[in-house]
Design a protein around this ligand. Structure first.
Ligand code: GDP
Ligand code: IMO
Ligand code: MG
Length: 432
């Protein structure tokens, strides 16, 4: 078996990646994050106990698993320190099982200020970011003025570099956005303080990953966000600032693309989106309310309500293609329980009546209307089911049809938030 497995989102995030990663890590040695930052919110439920993770990979609840934050992740030292402390308070050992790349770009307090100032300036055209400084930190990386974890090793030269960077950023904050400057010295101090908390975990993670590969360790690469939030392949400009798709695994961890094995897409049985941007299947009626309430569709990171709608097969097919997904983990099927009919979007109608089965770009997508296929709903509950045989006929038909329309096998069906509430059809490790 190829040792590497990728799990990532096929929609607009919050598909249930954390649950699936936690489930599959029983058979895994390392879980690696390779993009995004603490904009992610991954919820794990084990024996009824909930844990929300933002930066630390979702393998951390399994004591045998080691976790890696790869070079592609933008790292807020404060956010990481807070999360380590939260887990330690719950009696999970973290530092001795965590590896943080020297090359992670740092998110500083100024990036948060810039993120928020930019969103405020956009007004109605705002992206609806998580306000965590993700975009500005990636901008600093791409413009080659950003600072990395490795820069903190020498506090004196780090401080000088930050002071220089801040001449530019404070100019932008005060002169362009007409907002308050960020205090440079306290920002330097809080950053160095936070880094010292996890300093022993900092290492060359590329070297680590290749040693693991040579030693036959099983590695799981955990995506954050979803494929339609990808900076290149998503619904630009309403996207995040990283490559959330499978290509990001290689650049964000240093694993060569030829070493990637299975790529599983986590897919909600309906659609949700947080923030602005096109979502042709969004519902504003009682069904939308049903999905929001029953699915408890409130953001793990920001507490914002998620927009809800019918399953969008066109969008998921696009995700399957750009990621070369080998299979789908279908989550939250139980949320559809009790609906008299269920719909999936199989094409879009553009202004002028032209029907397409691909993702239109830019403003065209904002005006796309869904073309639906309607199936029977089911009154019975699927909540907590662990076998396909128990499933109501109409639910089974929905899963079968969905698989056929998107063109990928369904490997796992999730029927509740808990680790145990899962139907496993196939995994890269077999089924037992
Ligand atoms: P992630 O960002 O992809 O990890 O997803 P989130 O954790 O942000 O959001 C998914 C939410 O759905 C979490 O609250 C999970 O506990 C919950 N969840 C995951 N799978 C299922 C499922 O099959 N059924 C139900 N009802 N909830 C689920
Ligand atoms: P997980 O990993 C859902 C969305 C934001 C906004 C856009 C850009 O839990 O699935 P950013 O702060 O990244 O610049 O915001 O991306 N977004 C997410 N939506 N789940 C996430 O992560 C998200 N991370 C960012 O709402 O629309
Ligand atoms: Mg989430």
């Amino acid at each position: 078996m190829n040792q590497s497995l990728v799990i990532l989102g096929s929609q607009w995030g919050d598909e249930g990646k954390g649950k699936i990663v936690d489930l599959l890590t029983e058979k895994v040695d390392y879980v690696i994050r390779y993009q995004g930052g603490h904009n992610a919110g991954h919820t794990l439920v084990v024996d009824g106990k909930k844990t929300a993770l933002h930066l630390i990979p979702s393998g951390i609840l399994r004591p045998h698993v080691r976790c890696v934050i790869g070079n592609g992740v933008v790292l807020s030292p404060e956010a990481l320190t807070q999360e380590i402390r939260m887990l330690e308070e719950r009696d999970h050992s973290v530092i001795d099982r965590l590896h943080v790349s020297t090359n992670c770009p740092l998110i500083l307090r100024v990036h948060v200020a810039l993120d928020q100032a930019r969103e405020a300036a956009r007004g109605n055209a705002k992206i609806g970011t998580t306000g965590r400084g993700i975009g500005p930190a990636y901008e600093d990386k791409a413009s080659r003025r950003g600072l990395r974890v490795a820069d903190t090793a020498d506090p004196a030269s780090f401080s000088e570099k930050v002071r220089e960077l801040m001449e530019y950023h404070n100019f932008i904050l005060t002169k362009w956005y007409r907002t308050k400057p960020v205090d440079v010295e306290s920002m330097i101090e809080e950053t160095l303080d936070a880094v010292s908390y996890f300093g022993t975990a900092v290492c060359d993670t590329v070297d680590l990953i290749h040693r693991c590969r040579r030693d036959g360790k099983i590695m799981l690469f955990e995506g954050a966000q979803g494929s339609l939030l990808d900076i290149d392949h998503g619904t630009y400009p309403f996207v995040t600032s990283s490559n959330t798709t499978a290509g990001g695994v290689a650049t964000g961890s240093g694993l060569g693309p030829r070493h990637i094995g299975s790529i599983l897409g986590v897919t909600k049985a309906y659609a949700t989106r947080v923030g602005s941007g096109p979502m042709p299947t969004e519902l504003f009626d009682d069904v939308g309310k049903h999905l929001a309430v029953k699915g408890q569709e409130v953001g793990t990171t920001t507490g914002r309500g998620r927009r809800c709608g019918w399953f969008d097969a066109v969008a998921v097919r696009h995700a399957i293609e750009v990621n070369s997904m080998s299979g789908i983990c279908l989550t939250k099927l139980d949320v559809l329980d009790g609906l008299s009919e269920v719909k999936m979007c199989v094409a879009y109608e553009l202004p002028g009546g032209h029907v397409v089965d691909y993702l239109p770009s830019g403003d065209e997508y904002l005006n796309a209307r869904p073309v639906y296929e309607t199936l029977s709903g089911w009154g019975e509950t699927t909540f907590g089911m662990t076998s396909l045989d128990e499933m109501p006929k109409a639910a089974k038909e929905y899963v079968r049809r969905l698989s056929r329309i998107v063109g990928a096998p369904i490997d796992i069906v999730s029927t509740g938030p808990d680790r145990e509430q899962t139907i496993v059809i196939s995994t890269p490790f077999g089924v037992d």
